[in-house]
Design a protein around this ligand. Sequence first.
Ligand SMILES: Nc1ncnc2c1ncn2[C@@H]1O[C@H](COP(=O)(O)OP(=O)(O)O)[C@@H](O)[C@H]1O
Ligand SMILES: [Mg+2]
Length: 347
Amino acid sequence: MTQKEDHKLIGESPAFLNILAQVSRVAPLNKPVLVIGERGTGKELIAERLHFLSSNWDKTLIKLNCSALPESLLESELFGHEAGSFTGAIRRHIGRFEQADGGTLFLDEIANMSIRLQEKLLRVVEYGEFERVGGRETRSVDVRIVGAANMDLPLMVEQGKFRADLLDRLSFDVITLPPLRFRIDDIPLLSRFFATGMIKVLKRGFFAGFSDSAMQSLQEYGWPGNLRELKNVIERAVYRNEIDEPIDVIDFDPFESPYRPRRKLSTSLSNKMDAESPLDHPEAEKKIVGLPDDFKSYIQQHEMQLLQIALHKYRYNQRKTADALGLSYHQMRAYLRKYPALKDKIE
Ligand SMILES: Nc1ncnc2c1ncn2[C@@H]1O[C@H](COP(=O)(O)OP(=O)(O)O)[C@@H](O)[C@H]1O
Ligand SMILES: [Mg+2]
C-alpha cells in the first residue's frame, strides 16, 4: 500500500461522517483537541487529519506516546534537557515541544501521564512556557496539542488520577470515535479497501470479493480491536485465500489451533468474588472479565450493540427484529426512542 493510501480515512456511515465534519470545523482553530476512542478506532489518523487541515499544515507534526516511557524519560522527551542535568545526559537534548514549535504535537495515551507531568503540561498549554530539564531559561513555544485517550477522562478526574484544570484546557473540543461495532454499515467498504490494499502488496491481479456468509460473519463479530483488528483479519484472509476465489472463511483468531497451549486465566472479577457467589462459575467467568467502571453506560452500550446487530440482520424491519429478540413491537419502538442513533436506516 502506498503511504498515501495508508493514511486514507474510509467510511460513509452517518456516525463517521459526523466525525469528519467535526474535524473539519475544529482543525483550522489553533486550539487543543482531545480524540477519545477505544484502541484501533483511528485516533492517530484523525490527529493527522487535524494537523493537515490546520493553518500550520506545512509545519511539523510530532507524535509521542505518553505510556511508552517511564516518567523521567517522558519528561525529557517532552521538554528536553540540558547537558549534565542527570546521569547519562551527556548532550543537550531538544524536546518534542521545541521540535513541534509552530506545528502540532500529538500526545497519545495522555491519560497515562503522571500528575507531576500533567502540571508541567498545563503550563505549556496555558502560557506556552516551560524549562528544559536541568535548565533555568524559560522557553516559549507555539504548539497545537492533540491528545488521545481510550479512557473516560472526566471519571479519572473524579478519581483524582487526572488534573481537572488540564482537562478543561485540553478539551476545547472532544472528538469521540465510534467503535467499529457501531459502524457495521461501513464494514463492507472498509473490508474491500483493506483487501485491495493487500492484493496490491501480494501483486495479485484482482480481488474476487467476499461470499455473503463471510461478509455476514464480519458484520456480526464484535471487533474489540476495531479497525486495526479488521485490517489484520482482512489482510490475513486475503493472503491465505486461494487466488481468484471469493473469500468464504474468516479466521478471526490466528492463535486458534488444536495444539494451542492453554492456561487458565484468572479474571479480575473472580478474584473480587467469594467462592459461593453464583457468578463464580466457569461459564460466567468466561464471559465477564472485569467489573465496568460505569455500570449504566456499560449496559447501554451492550444493549445498543445487540439491537444494532439484530436490526441489521433483519434489514431494519422492526417487527422481525422484535420477534427475533423476544420483544413486543411496542417495546422495540421504545428502544428506538431510547437510542436515536439506531433509527437512521428505518422508514
Ligand atoms: N477510517 C479509516 N479508514 C481506513 N483505515 C483506518 C481508518 N481508521 C483507522 N484505520 C486504520 O486502522 C489502524 C488503526 O488506526 P489508529 O489511528 O492507529 O488507531 P488508534 O490510534 O485509535 O489505536 C491503522 O492501520 C489505520 O490506518
Ligand atoms: Mg494509537
